[in-house]
Design a protein around this ligand. Structure first.
Ligand code: DAH
Length: 344
């Protein structure tokens, strides 16, 4: 029996020495140490041994089992180590590779220009007001001296939602809303930035949605010269000290008199170039003295109070400042365009 055990050990060790895979190793474990294996069978036959022989053979059998188990465990450990190493190698991160740069966001050029304009006017004591983009016909037109059949309504083709509600075509309705809120108190000094909407076909200079900034000042003794001085101060902060303005007579139903305001062309300094169509001037806003009827409808007595108002298109201001040639750039979110404003 001892010889059989010894022979079994030799056979097992020989087979184990040429094992090629973990699967083979596990097969051999079952083959030699499993319940149906030769070692179990030999141990079962121990009952037939004498009492003297039993412990001796038992010891040998245990040694054989231990020897086989040892080799199997060693090999198993080697396989596991190899596997771990393989996984570590596969999962290795090369910390010397250059990283992927994450894209840095920038403030949109329109927001930037709005902020700049707000800064200029708050520096002159104005506060920033806001109003709804979906507006009542009353505030957008009627209370601005544009009754229902007024021909000047055609100047601003509108998106109506119902007969009385529309997308505001201008930020001027905030003038009326502010007057209502202030209930006859003075001074009023506000600017109001916001989106406006018109039924225009989009092209390089038109957009069905764009941005305006409205201004309104009401107090006693507000004069046209105050308007002119304010606007001159504004354009010189916006475009530089050398900038001049020119007022041309115009018409808006909510102002009397009304003017259109030109700035000397920032591109050529007034010499005449392509941007200003050789005139040296660029129109940037509409303005005027608040019409007595508008003051009245807003709850202010035009005999006691006067005021001026102005309205400008922010895109146009930005296009002139940065030499942008197409208004659609502001809305198409092309990163090549937007990134140019990273450091401004
Ligand atoms: N709301 C006018 C427009 O959209 C611009 C404007 C002109 C506003 C004169 C004013 C103003 O407040 O006084 O064309």
């Amino acid at each position: 029996m001892k010889e059989r055990l010894e022979a079994l050990k030799q056979e097992a060790l020989l087979e184990l020495s040429s094992v090629q895979s973990q699967q083979e190793l596990s097969d051999l474990r079952i083959k030699y140490l499993g319940k149906k294996g030769p070692l179990t069978e030999i141990l079962r036959g121990m009952g037939a041994l004498s009492a003297d022989e039993r412990p001796i053979i038992g010891q040998v059998a245990n040694d054989v089992r231990a020897a086989i188990e040892n080799v199997i465990e060693e090999k198993q450990a080697a396989y596991q180590k190899e596997e771990t190493e393989k996984r570590l190698r596969a999962e290795m991160i090369d910390v010397t590779l250059p990283g992927r740069p994450s894209q840095q966001g920038v403030v949109h050029p329109l927001s930037k220009v709005i902020q700049e304009i707000e800064d200029i006017f708050t520096g002159m004591g104005y506060t920033v007001a806001e109003g709804p983009e979906i507006e009542q016909d009353y505030y957008n037109f009627e209370a601005l001296n544009l009754p229902k059949d007024h021909p000047a309504r055609d100047m601003q083709d509108s998106f109506y939602i119902t007969e009385e509600i529309l997308m505001r075509t201008q930020t001027s309705p905030v003038q009326v809303r502010t007057m209502e809120k202030r209930k006859g108190e003075v001074p009023i000094k506000i600017i109001c930035p916001g989106k406006v909407f018109r039924r225009d076909d989009d092209d390089a200079t038109h957009s069905h949605m764009f941005t305006q900034i409205e201004g309104l000042v009401i107090d006693r003794n507000v004069r046209m010269s105050d308007l002119k001085g304010t606007l001159l101060q504004f354009v010189q902060e916006m475009y530089g000290k050398q900038t001049r303005i020119r007022l041309r007579p115009s018409f808006f139903p909510f102002t009397e008199p009304s003017v259109e305001v030109d700035v000397s062309c920032a591109m050529c300094g007034g010499e005449g170039c392509r941007t200003c169509k050789q005139t040296g001037w660029l129109e940037i806003l509409g303005a005027g003295m608040v019409h007595p009827r508008v003051l009245e409808m807003g709850g202010y007595d035009p005999k006691e109070y006067t005021g001026f108002a102005f309205g400008m298109g922010v895109e146009r201001i930005a296009m002139l400042k940065y030499g942008i040639d197409d208004i659609r750039h502001f809305y198409t979110n092309d990163l090549r365009f937007l990134k140019q404003f990273l450091h401004l």
